[in-house]
Design a protein around this ligand. Structure first.
Ligand code: GRF
Length: 201
C-alpha cells in the first residue's frame, strides 16, 4: 500500500507537526508528509519542515474572506495531490463547505479530553473547573468546532500546583504520542468516518 499523501496545517511552532514527520519517517508508516502549510509566514514550524525537505506553502489570511481563504487552501492541497489533512495548531476556523469537502480525510489534535473544554484557553478552563484529569484528543474535523468523532485520547493527571504552562507541557507530550497513532489508524483505513461516527476495524 502506498503511503497516503498528507498535509499538515500549522500556525505556530509545529511540535505536533514534528511528531508526525518523525512517525512518517518510519518504514511502513501508512502516511507520508507531502506538504506543510501555514497561514502565518513566520510560523516556526515552516523552517522545521524545510529542514526535512518537505514542501511548504504559505497562504496568508489577511484581507480575505473565509471562503476565499479556504478556496485557496483547497486548491493548494489538490495541486499537491493531498489525500489526508492534519490540523496541528492551525488557528483558523474552516468553512463548513471546506470541512464537508474533506470529511473523513481531515483530523485535529486538541489539548483536552473532549467533549470537555472546547475552543481556546483550554488549560485555563481545565484548571478553573478543578478537574483532576485532563488530556488530549485526536478527532475527525466536522463543521462544529472541536465536536468531531474521537479517534484517540490520552489522559494526564492535573497536579494541585499545576499552572497553565506546566499542564500544557505534560499534555503536549501525550499529543505527540497519540497524534501519530491517530494518523496511522486513518491512513491505514482502520478508522473511518461513517454517519457521523468514528468506525474502527
Ligand atoms: C497544541 O497544544 C494543539 O493541541 C493545539 O495547539 C497546540 C499546537 O502546538 N491545537 P504545536 O504547534 O503543535 O507545537
Amino acid at each position: 500500500m502506498t503511503a497516503k499523501r498528507t498535509a499538515i496545517l500549522i500556525s505556530g511552532r509545529g511540535s505536533n507537526m514534528a511528531a508526525l514527520i518523525a512517525a512518517a519517517a518510519n518504514p511502513g508508516y501508512p502516511a507520508q508528509i507531502a506538504l506543510v502549510l501555514s497561514n502565518q509566514p513566520l510560523a516556526g514550524g515552516l523552517k522545521r519542515a524545510q529542514a526535512h525537505n518537505i514542501a511548504v506553502a504559505i497562504i496568508p489570511h489577511q484581507g480575505k474572506t473565509r471562503s476565499q481563504f479556504d478556496a485557496e487552501l483547497d486548491a493548494t492541497l489538490r495541486e499537491h495531490g493531498i489525500e489526508l489533512v492534519c490540523l496541528a495548531g492551525f488557528m483558523r476556523i474552516l468553512t463548513d463547505d471546506f470541512v464537508r469537502a474533506w470529511a473523513g480525510r481531515i483530523i485535529n489534535i486538541h489539548p483536552s479530553l473532549l467533549p470537555a473544554f472546547k475552543g481556546t484557553h483550554v488549560h485555563a478552563q481545565a484548571l478553573a473547573a478543578g478537574v483532576r484529569i485532563s488530556g488530549c484528543t485526536a478527532h475527525f474535523v466536522v463543521p462544529e468546532l472541536d465536536a468531531g468523532p474521537i479517534i484517540e485520547q490520552a489522559c494526564v493527571r492535573v497536579e494541585p500546583d499545576d499552572t497553565e504552562a506546566s499542564l500544557a507541557a505534560r499534555i503536549l507530550a501525550e499529543e505527540h504520542r497519540i497524534y501519530p497513532q491517530a494518523l496511522r489508524l486513518l491512513a491505514s483505513g482502520r478508522v473511518r468516518l461513517e454517519d457521523g461516527r468514528a468506525v474502527f476495524s
